[in-house]
Each structure stands twice: as C-alpha cells, then as structure tokens.
Design a protein around this ligand. Sequence first.
Ligand code: SF4
Ligand code: SF4
Length: 339
Amino acid sequence: MFFRILHKGNVGDLVTGLAATREIVGPKAKGEDFVFGEITDPSELVLDYPTTILPPKKYFLLPKENLMHYDTKNSGVSQDAPNVTPRVIFGVHPCDINSLLLVDKVFLGDFVDPYYKARRDNTLIIGVSCMPTPSCMCNAFGTGEVNQGFDLFLTDLGDRYFVSCSSVEGADMLDKFVETREVEPQDMKAFQERTKAWEEAFTPAPDITQLPLLFDAKYNDPLWEEIGDDCLSCGACSAVCPTCYCFDVNDRQDADGQGGNRVRTWDSCCFSSFAEVAQGHNFRAQKAARVRYRFYHKQWGYLSKFGKVLCVGCGRCTKACKVNINPRRVIEALVKGGE
Ligand code: SF4
Ligand code: SF4
C-alpha cells in the first residue's frame, strides 16, 4: 500500500483517462436519491453522497441473467458466456467494499461461479470515504473502514483526497492519468482529524457481542411474532441489501416451444414462496419464521460458517422497509428483551 494526495479538481482527469478503455460507473443523482450508474461525463460523478438506493452488487450478481440456452428440437444446451464489460466502479463506500468481500466468500469459495468471477476479475474498485447517516450501523459491525478490496481509496480531506493505493492497477491509474503529490505532515494531521470527526458522527451502536448466544436462546421468543406480524413480505430489504445473495433459477420456454433460457434472478427469504418445496410444503410459511430466518442467517448463520456477520450496517434496509423492521430494532429487542 502506498499513499498520495490528489487535488479534487484533478479527479476528472482520472475519470477521462480510465474511460478510454473501461466503462465508468459511479454514484450520481437521481431525483433526491443517488444511484450507481454509468458516468459519461465526469461532472455526473457525486463522491460526497450519503448512500445509493442499490449497492454495487448489481454489477456482479445481476438482478436477472441468462445462464444457458436450451434447444428442445435438437436436444442441445449452450452455456451463455458471462456478459462482461471491463469497468471501474468509482466512489464505493467502505461498507459496500466490505459487502463485496463477504459475497465473494459465497461465489468464489468452494464452488466458483463463473459469471460472478468474470465480472469481479474485470472490475476495478475506487473507494471513497463517507460520513454516517442516521440509519448507518457500520460502527456496530466494524465495516466502516477497509484495508483490502479496492484498487484506490479516496479519503476526503476537504479540497483534496488522501489516496490509498493497494494494487498494481491502482498504481498504474495514478501514474498514467492524474497528477498527484507526496503526502505531507499537514495531510496526515487532516486525515486524523477527519477520522475523529467520522467516529464522533455515529449514533451509538448496540452491543452485538452476545448476539449469537441471544439468537439461539431466543429462537422461540414472542418478539419474532411481534416483528413478523408487521412484515409485508415485500422483499425490499433483500433487494437493496449489499450482502443478500439468494437467487432463483427458472427455465423459461420460448413461445414457439423450440427452446428456452435458464434464467437466474434475485430472490428473497422474505418472500412467502422462498422455502416452498415440491408438493406445496412450505418450511417457513409464517412471516415470523421468515423474518427470524433473515436476521438469524445474517447475524449468526453466516458467522458460524465464515467467521463474519453478513451485515455491513449500510442502513439501506432501514430506509427501504415500510414497517420499520431493521437490524437496530431487532438487535435492541434481542439485547434488551422483548419488543
Ligand atoms: S441487512 Fe440492512 S444494514 Fe445490513 S447490509 Fe443488508 S441492507 Fe445493509
Ligand atoms: S422486513 Fe420490511 S422490507 Fe423486508 S420483507 Fe418485511 S416489510 Fe418488506
């Protein structure tokens, strides 16, 4: 890792230089919100945004993707090659970088998903620092800072960025496209002040140290019925979550009956059909069971397998849920006891 100082006025040079060989994606305004989208002009890029509606996960695990085509006439099957665009994703917050590292453990672990891998291999990540919003909880999960998973990381120091470079590609970007300078003592001082201000801006986080124990001890607690009663089973929390990775696979027949596509789409454990199996039995027919499963898997199930919590505290589900079901409410109910 090495460090440089990049004047904010020079960021456009970096975007323009990279755009010659790669698609540029980054946060941009959409009404009053922000979304990751294609950047065709550096002025579209908004790096001091609160959070985006959807996380950058959508560029690796597509909401809908053809996996293969089948031909019933000739009994043939052809796998669709992953549709890969060389890309740079600009302006990724630490929690979202951490979320990609968590999803990697699933798609690049014991069974490598070629579609996901091809996109990960062809995507450079430029992270950017942020300040917490009221719904942020990365302070609870330790995901507000990163030291891997990016090529460059920009920490906002007002008129300039403190750039952390952690890959050969990142070093190449700086060398080729943009003017930077060495880090000086006043930059280090500004970096430390900025970190302190960031730490002090958070709403205090609930204590999560006892959570695995509490999830097991309170598996049959009435609080799940109370929270589950509210749930609309809409799946919005999963759709916006950077760490949700469940998908469904369906064969979709062409209208002429001569063939079709095997299609992968995002799924949600909150949908009533999620745990339904052949003959109609549903392992989680009740809303309370589904809400409990979602939180149990994120805060304990994934932890027991991979050693980390499957929530980065981005707060997107807090904003998306119309009935106020969110990690803070659930964790506080578990810790304090009852709803
Ligand atoms: S569960 Fe909510 S807070 Fe946690 S990562 Fe998913 S959307 Fe973000
Ligand atoms: S928890 Fe909220 S967002 Fe998630 S399915 Fe239930 S109502 Fe929808």
